[in-house]
Design a protein around this ligand. Structure first.
Ligand code: NAP
Length: 253
């Protein structure tokens, strides 16, 4: 399905990361992948996880450092020659902004959350587009807190709203080059980032009780939908937010 396709994956921190589940789904279907990591702290993790993968690249890329972003894409161009898909699975907000009232969000926390969690999508799309010579697919990860109030999600919900709107604007801009841009809205999964949101356990229990499928989503399922979106099976889908949340978003009372 993805034989002869090359992809770049942002956001593998460890084996629980949604990005890692996406990578596994794509690798099973024959893709060649470049992994980026943020900072030396994560380098060892990513190198260990990818050690046995044939032809995989591992490159540093902190999205707040434009020189590092440019260098990462230069490496991918040099080694792969082209890019077919990009998976954006990164987000960050300071921990103190992910509890209490949104009202109290500091300027610094707001700007940081927006820069890393939302601006990074157009930033990376702009760098990727020239490498997507035969068209391409860009997928980002979002969450229901973008459209409804979810306690403690706060500034990250505002950043995810900006991210989802960015998906639509990018889909229009890049559609002319046959580059599709979509978001996957995943239900809560117990990852490193998710643990930064206060009362994550309460949220997981609520969804297991109330969602139509009466359970929480698994990272593997988010990976499979991402695989679909980067593949030619989704060739007419762009600008969309697709829910992978066991149906929770359709429930009213
Ligand atoms: P994760 O494993 O902690 O992945 C988040 C990644 O973002 C980490 O690799 C993190 O690196 C990276 N990151 C943070 N700041 C960065 C920067 N400046 N430059 C580059 N990378 C940076 O958590 P995850 O749950 O898989 O999150 C992946 C995506 O899915 C996020 O967009 C998240 O909002 C979204 N999502 C998660 C859930 C959920 O419940 N888990 C639900 C819906 C959507 P560091 O560890 O170094 O910060």
């Amino acid at each position: 399905m993805l034989e002869n396709k090359t992809g770049m994956i942002f956001g593998v921190a460890n084996q629980r990361s949604i990005a890692w589940a996406c990578a596994q789904a794509c690798l099973e279907k024959g893709a060649k992948l470049a992994f980026t990591y943020q900072g030396e702290r994560l380098k060892e993790n990513v190198e260990k996880l990818t050690a046995n993968l044939d032809g995989a690249l591992v490159v540093p890329c902190d999205v707040t450092n434009q020189a590092e972003v440019d260098a990462a894409f230069q490496t991918v161009e040099k080694e792969f020659g082209k890019l077919d898909f990009l998976i954006h699975s990164i987000a960050f907000a300071p921990k103190e902004a992910l509890e209490g009232e949104f009202l109290m969000t500091s300027r610094e926390a707001f700007v940081t959350a927006m820069e890393i969690s939302a601006f990074s999508l157009p930033q990376l799309a702009r760098a990727a587009a020239p490498l997507m010579k035969d068209g391409g697919s860009i997928v980002t990860m979002t969450y229901y807190g973008a459209e409804k109030v979810v306690q403690n999600y706060n500034v990250m919900g505002v950043a995810k709203s900006a991210l989802e709107a960015s998906v639509r604007y990018l889909a229009e801009d890049l559609g002319k080059q046959n580059i599709r841009v979509n978001a996957v809205s995943a239900g809560p999964i117990n990852t490193l980032s998710a643990r930064g949101v206060k009362n994550m356990g309460v949220m997981l229990r609520h969804i297991a009780e109330k969602s139509p499928l009466r359970r929480n989503v698994e990272a593997r399922e988010v990976g499979n939908t991402t695989l679909f979106l980067v593949s030619d099976l989704a060739s007419a889908i762009t600008g969309e937010t697709i829910y992978v949340d066991c149906g929770f978003n359709i429930i009213g009372i």
